[in-house]
Design a protein around this ligand. Sequence first.
Ligand SMILES: Cc1cc2nc3c(=O)[nH]c(=O)nc-3n(C[C@H](O)[C@H](O)[C@H](O)COP(=O)(O)OP(=O)(O)OC[C@H]3O[C@@H](n4cnc5c(N)ncnc54)[C@H](O)[C@@H]3O)c2cc1C
Length: 440
Amino acid sequence: MKHSGVTVVGGGLAGTEAALLLARNGVDVTLVEMRPERMTPAHATGDLAELVCSNSLRSDDTSTAAGLLKEEMRRLGSAVLAAADGNRVPAGTALAVDRTAFSRALTRAVEQNPHIRVERREVTQIPGEISIFAPGPLVSDALAAAVAELAGPERFFFFDAIAPIVSADSLDMERLFRGSRYGSEEGGDYLNAPMDRETYERFVKELLAAEQFVPHGFEAGQPLPLFPGCQPIEAIAITGLQSLAHGPMRPTGFAGNPLGERLHALVQLRAENETGTSFNLVGFQTRLKQGEQKRVFRMIPGLERAEFLRFGSLHRNSYIDSPRVLSKDLSFRRRPDLFAAGQFAGAEGYVESTALGLLAGLFVLARLEGREPPIPPDTTALGALLRYVTTCPTSPLEPSNIHFGLLPPGRGSGRLGKRQAVVNRARDAFSGWLAGVFRK
Ligand SMILES: Cc1cc2nc3c(=O)[nH]c(=O)nc-3n(C[C@H](O)[C@H](O)[C@H](O)COP(=O)(O)OP(=O)(O)OC[C@H]3O[C@@H](n4cnc5c(N)ncnc54)[C@H](O)[C@@H]3O)c2cc1C
């Protein structure tokens, strides 16, 4: 079947993956990449699919969420993972690559593909034809302005401020209490970690002494976002010993807390999913190093053995508030012929960005063939990531990497048994879905 052409904006991980998927299925693609004509502050070459920082694509162990996601992507024919597998360097159970060979292999695959034409220029306007939009977290200013106009300026962000997420089954529920500030209905799902004055002050002192991630390269010296809701927790703490107790850790409005009069501060944990298997530390966006997050946040009563499904972070990242802007097939509600992919669409990380490129490619293919978009089941890693990005109720969206908290809980004994049940269920669901993905 002959398909009409598609434009892909951005030749990073997501755009390259989408372009190669479409080309494999007979679609003519124009891939527009601004490098090397115009560079981003982080990319160093004109190669497509350049890895801007680490050379690791995270764990390849399929008992981890990142490993499961990669397994599904390989089964879908991911060209990016094929290039990664072909250019692997030893890194234990992680999939690490020779970054130069990896990007060159993908650049060659794109440039030699008869269905793909590569244009090296900056896109400054939203394209008029059916397109996949994958300009990444460092989208050029002109295009960012055009997207902000399309999505609505209040739905486009230049920084992400991410709070850590912990798994529910690693929390000591005996030390936490359920309840909402002033007993409001919507807060019924909160868990609260109460602190007396001594515990609180010890916590703040450790927080201030903890080692922070030092921004390097182009991020060094970047001003932090000004809006108060996005300040890192340690930046608030430094303004005074009691600042947190009057800010994100204020204890007001909690009748019946277990500490009674001794309550001085508390940490709120908000359920991350309907099933309550993971919780977000409300207001705890942070620049602490990951090891330090573990050490200091485990001082919070009830979190002594917390398993961190996602660490907090705060960095420059242009992305859209996808749940409010996109439909479930990653197309813009205001422009259904325009699809978003990559980190720009609210994923976090190399593999997750690539995964959204793969899905956007599939959805565009279905659109061209007049089929319904093949949305993967929520019980698969791909489906869970897509669901998070397109329906997460928290606004603004906190871009996320894949973790088990995004998948519905599994039945099994112990944490490992439950995880294995989730993996087994994902594999079955994926097989059933895959059978109907491509037109026969
Ligand atoms: C500094 C930094 C370090 C990171 N480190 C890691 C890490 O170590 N591990 C990890 O998993 N993730 C990391 N990430 C996050 C993220 O996963 C990567 O940025 C990833 O490359 C995102 O893939 P993408 O395809 O969405 O965007 P990109 O790979 O950035 O691709 C977007 C492409 O669009 C092009 N483009 C932008 N604007 C235009 C325009 N107007 N016209 C035409 N082309 C345009 C860009 O040149 C780029 O090639 C990092 C991000 C940043 C910014």
